[in-house]
Design a protein around this ligand. Structure first.
Ligand SMILES: [Zn+2]
Length: 813
């Protein structure tokens, strides 16, 4: 293939960031050191996550969709063959991540593999450029989400333009990494088809993306090709939002984008749209867009941001909740939304140059984002809750695989977030060990950082070489060392600690100070081997939320440096849900080896982890419990805490970020019950089974603050749970609380249910003289029966034809 028209890779990249007043230093110019906090994350991306994602694309039929689309047939039942209309994006996103990897680690085998995948993808493209396997496999009878005609369901479920967006993102990355136009040309053909068929003119489909990302992507394609029609199409997608037929908060089409002032609806769509607005604004100078994103950013940071940097409070529509609605156990905080939050804050920094955006970015990055992938790169979270009773577990992949494949493309691009340049200034925004090449005023400057951040606050920045003469080094002073957890009043520190920072050049203090934009700016004639020593005090801090956040009232979260901590069952031999922190807690620091957080099967592959530790915290606390007489008792305990991102690596169990400091906020343990002492088994075993015996009763049939157990996606079956008691007991009554998430979810109250017991011969018998088996939503359903003595009892549940059943609680007396 002819590649003579290509510009050198570096020139392409510099061109790509055009428009923004501040220019990021591309990740290809930054080499993160191995055997460091982020070096390990990059290593696991390369060795574990990306190979895993490619193998899932193979085994989960992602490539098959393209193969069938290349040879369409009316016999294909697309809805059955392909779970989601956006499944094509998994290969696109994985290729994007792999391309970033290729730029740092040349790998001919990987390059050839991607090439073979692109052959499969390209063969599925229709002659006019349309590439959407959910339709092309069987155009007469496409995927049910695709709609009967192109674009007809775009604002609803088809994701044709979402597919375009991820295709472009992957294609531009692949072109930059390899110089090959193979993927780029495929993307250009599809983009041309979209530009021709979708727009405001007569004969065009006047629709906007149902799931945003094409806005950002088309800006990238404009910068890669210089063809302004792609930028115009991105602007059309934004300007017609709120003006087309479907108007809904869910996809931010409820009103024109420049009139929006509150973050609403699906959090990933929202964050991608705000990012696209920033990109278009940077390229067109449209200040109305910027004003709108600024207002929305204020709303998020003032009222809708978790202490972990997560966004999107509710699973209902994977969406932002109302202001100050930030529940912990049911927090959605999708991994993709955390990545979107990084995208937004990064772009606002490039527009405004204020460190506050990086304060949010750093908080998200170190907490709610990397929690989404395990430290060994092989286990993922879709939601990232701040509290668990064991119902959450990491998985190796999901049917809807947006989060793992998004991690694939985000982590390898991280080195591009460290530095940026404006005029004769270089911004140092993140602290991690690396060597980099920066261009200041067209002159080469080599910088390196050596640090153990986030485990301690000492950073050595060295000028390895400079031909740039005088320039300013702008070092971000994180908000956590300036006494403010986030740039708003949503959270504040509740202890008396007053950390500070110190910066020297070649061992001496220099004239410089903190400027308005949040940076400590040192302007001087930099010479080879100049060394800047940065020291941030890393005191352990306690944080309180604004009292309007009901879920956090009377509680504190604990943090150290950029890391939020949590208590997890594995380190504490008592019920951490019943804990009460001291009023003025003192913390001691400890260590845990990385290797205890790595799956055994990956230990040889990830040798680098061997001698690394994470910093743990411990503090004196109490547990509260009711005794059999209803009297509240306390016990002194040592409460151990680990970084939030490290939770759920050692099995599922209780976890808590917000810890009660007021008695009112505690949840004392209750005396043991027959159910809580029983061994539990089910027709579909799951770690969330224990939640039915935890004594926690829901407020209604869809109370997400109380854990529950369900049989979804099984339908129309009879399922069961058994309790096996330590010894035979007399029982005569049982109570169930049913879970029911209608009208939106998949669970409903059962058609019927019954209770059996095991007789002395080990046979199941129905209990007798049952008064009734009530089936009521949101309340106790109690059945009384003739007393029997037994060591095992069973509940059988007949599930409705098209729904599954679930229980919050099942007790026996
Ligand atoms: Zn996702």
């Amino acid at each position: 293939m002819a590649i003579t028209v290509l510009m050198p890779a570096v020139a392409q990249r510099e061109k790509q960031v055009g428009g923004y007043p501040i220019t990021p230093v591309p990740f290809t110019s930054v080499k993160v050191w191995n055997n460091t906090f982020w070096g390990q994350r990059l290593e696991t991306s390369r060795k574990v996550t990306i190979p895993l994602a490619f193998s899932k694309c193979e085994t989960e039929g992602r490539y098959k969709n393209f193969e069938r689309a290349a040879h369409p047939s009316p016999s294909y039942n697309v809805g059955e063959l392909m779970p989601y209309s956006f499944d094509d994006t998994d290969p696109y996103k994985t290729i994007e991540g792999a391309s970033y990897i290729l730029q740092t680690y040349p790998d001919n085998k990987l390059k050839a593999y991607i090439d073979s995948v692109l052959n499969i993808i390209g063969a599925a493209q229709e002659p006019d450029g349309y590439l959407y396997t959910a339709r092309t496999q069987n155009p007469q009878n496409p995927h049910p989400w695709a709609g009967s005609k192109r674009w007809s369901k775009e604002e609803d479920l088809s994701h044709e333009l979402y597919n375009l967006g991820h295709m472009i993102e992957g294609a531009v990355a692949h072109w930059q990494a390899t110089g090959s136009r193979k993927f780029l040309d495929i993307a250009i053909r599809y983009a041309d088809c979209v530009v021709k068929e979708v727009g405001p003119n007569p004969g065009q489909a006047c629709v906007v993306p149902g799931h945003q990302i094409a806005e950002m992507a088309l800006c990238k394609l404009y910068l890669a090709t210089g063809n302004k029609k792609y930028l115009d199409e991105a602007k059309f997608f934004l300007d017609y939002r709120g003006k087309t037929e479907i108007r809904q908060e869910y996809s931010q089409s409820h009103k024109p984008v420049i009139e929006q002032d509150e973050a609403v609806g699906h959090a990933v769509r929202a964050a991608y749209m705000y990012s696209g607005m920033a990109d278009v604004a940077a390229l067109t100078g449209d200040s109305a867009y910027i004003k709108a994103i600024d207002r929305i950013w204020d709303n998020i940071v003032d009222k809708k941001l978790y202490i972990t940097g997560g966004i999107g409070a509710t699973n209902n529509g994977e969406a932002f909740g109302p202001n100050y609605y930030l529940p912990n156990m049911s927090a959605y905080c999708e991994t993709c939304a955390a990545i979107g939050n990084v995208y937004v804050n990064y772009r606002l920094f490039l527009l405004h140059g204020d460190s506050k955006y990086y304060d949010v970015l750093e908080r998200t990055l170190y907490n709610g984002l990397i929690s989404g992938v395990s430290m060994d790169g092989g286990g993922f979270f879709y939601p990232n809750p701040l509290e668990s009773m064991g119902q959450h577990q990491r998985q190796a992949w999901f049917g809807c695989a947006c989060c793992p494949s998004n991690i694939c493309r985000f982590l390898p691009s991280l080195p591009g977030y460290i530095y940026a340049v404006k005029d004769r200034n270089v911004y140092v925004n993140l602290f991690l060990s690396n060597s980099s090449k920066v261009s200041i005023g067209g002159k080469a400057v080599s910088l390196s950082q050596e640090t153990n951040y986030p485990w301690n606050g000492d950073v050595k920045i060295k000028v390895d070489n400079s031909k740039a003469g005088k320039f300013g080094m702008k070092i971000r002073i994180p908000s956590w060392v300036k006494g403010q957890p986030v740039p708003s009043d949503l959270y504040s520190y509740s202890d008396a600690s007053r950390p500070t920072y110190k910066i020297t050049v070649n061992g001496r203090s220099v004239p410089a100070s903190l400027t308005e934009d949040g940076y400590y700016t040192i302007y001087r004639n930099w010479k080879k081997n100049d060394v800047v020593n940065v020291h941030f005090d890393m005191d352990v801090r306690t944080v309180r939320a604004d009292n309007k956040v009901e879920a956090d009232r009377g509680m504190v979260s604990v943090e150290r440096g950029p890391l939020v901590y949590c208590a997890e069952w594995r380190d504490n031999a008592f019920d951490i849900m019943s804990v009460l922190l001291n009023r003025e807690p003192k913390f001691s620091e400890g260590k845990l080896s990385y290797s205890s957080f790595i799956a055994d099967s990956l230990k040889t592959k990830l040798q680098l982890y061997r001698d690394q530790n994470i910093t743990t915290l411990a503090t004196d606390a109490q547990t509260l419990a009711y005794d059999n007489n209803g009297k509240l008792t306390t016990q002194n305990v040592k409460l151990e805490l680990i970084p939030y991102f490290a939770w759920c690596h050692r099995g599922s169990g209780n976890m808590k970020v917000w810890l009660p400091q007021d008695v009112k906020a505690t949840r004392p343990s209750v005396p043991a019950t027959l159910a809580s002492q029983a061994k539990i088994a089910s027709s579909t075993p799951s770690s969330s089974m224990r939640s039915i015996a935890d004594g926690l009763v829901p407020a209604d049939e869809n109370d997400r603050s109380v854990p529950y157990f369900h049989w979804w996606p099984k339908q129309n079956t009879t399922e069961w749970i058994t309790y096996t008691f330590p010894e035979a007991k007399q029982i005569q009554s049982t109570t169930v609380y049913w879970f029911d998430d209608q009208p939106w979810g998949g669970c409903k109250i059962p058609d019927s249910w019954t209770i059996q017991y095991k007789d002395a011969n080990g046979n199941w018998q129905n209990v007798e003289n049952v008064d009734s088996y009530p089936i009521k939503k949101g309340t106790a359903c109690t059945a009384n029966f003739k007393p029997v003595k037994t060591s095992e009892v069973k509940i059988s549940v007949k599930q409705p034809a098209k729904f599954s059943c679930g229980l919050f609680e099942w007790s026996v007396k």
